[in-house]
Design a protein around this ligand. Structure first.
Ligand code: SAH
Length: 248
């Protein structure tokens, strides 16, 4: 009697296990079978993305041209490559992200970079923002605190033929005094206040674009003039924290 009752119960349990594993393989294959795009398809997606950034207010022609030129998909890990031209940040490993394209466009535009200028970036990450800056400036110096990220970005930028970018492994709070003053400084991790060493390395009439705050931040544009600095707060943003602030 007991044996007879157990059979349907076992059958039902087996059925659930089978259905569950089928569901898992289904979602697993959807994850792993991400679409593979050709270079032409990526270029078309990039044009559409830049059009949408224009509609969102990115308006300076050289900035739009730089965004059109730099292949963001090359800076994104293979798992996320099919999402490279969506307007969103993406993981790049080591708990870090490549910034959202709108933010890259916005910061680049706010920095008012002219050809012939020297730019400092803090937080190299994938190297994408550095490549966009390299399209506009004469020299780009970029500092990354996580050694493997710095190494990857350095190799990738070199392979892509960017000869005007130098990537250093180090703490961005200290800036890069050997190459100062900088006409523009772009900080892509968030300190809780504007780092003084970076203000000191900003050229007169130079601009620093930096997300300031803990938790949520506001973008701050620091302009240096003969008599001091002027700070202007603009849009709310969300960046990873700028770590290892030196203790006084
Ligand atoms: N600009 C990058 C995205 C940066 S994400 C890109 O285009 O992909 C922020 C980066 O800042 C991370 O890689 C993080 O490791 C780095 N970072 C955080 N604190 C730092 C510090 N004190 N000095 C230098 N880099 C720092």
């Amino acid at each position: 009697m007991i044996q007879v009752l157990w059979r349907p119960v076992v059958a039902i349990i087996l059925g659930f296990v089978l259905l569950g594993s089928l569901a898992c393989t289904e979602s697993f294959s959807r994850l792993t079978k991400a679409p593979q795009y050709s270079e032409d398809e990526f270029a078309a997606q990039r044009r559409r993305l830049v059009e949408s950034l224009k509609e969102q207010g990115i308006s300076k022609r050289p900035v739009l041209e730089a965004l059109l030129k730099v292949p963001r998909h090359k800076f994104v890990p293979p798992t996320y490559r099919h999402l490279a031209y969506e307007n969103r940040p993406l993981p790049i490993g080591h708990d870090q992200t490549i910034s959202q394209p709108f933010i890259v466009g916005y910061m680049t535009e706010m920095a008012e970079i002219a050809s012939g200028e020297t730019v400092l970036e803090i937080g190299t990450g994938s190297g994408y923002q550095a490549a966009v800056l390299a399209e506009l400036a004469k020299e780009v110096y970029s500092i990354e605190i996580i050694p493997p990220l710095a190494e990857n970005a350095r190799n990738l930028l070199r392979e892509m033929g960017y000869q005007n970018v130098q990537v250093k492994t180090g703490n961005g709070y200290l800036g890069w005094p050997e190459h100062a003053p900088f006409d523009a400084i772009i900080v892509t991790a968030a300190p809780d206040e504007v780092p003084q060493a970076l203000v000191d390395q900003l050229a007169v009439r130079g601009k620093m674009v930096v997300p300031v705050g803990s938790g949520f931040q506001q973008m701050v544009i620091v302009t240096r003039n003969e008599s001091g600095v002027v700070e202007r707060r603009t849009i709310p943003v969300a960046f990873v924290p700028m770590v290892d602030k030196p203790q006084p």
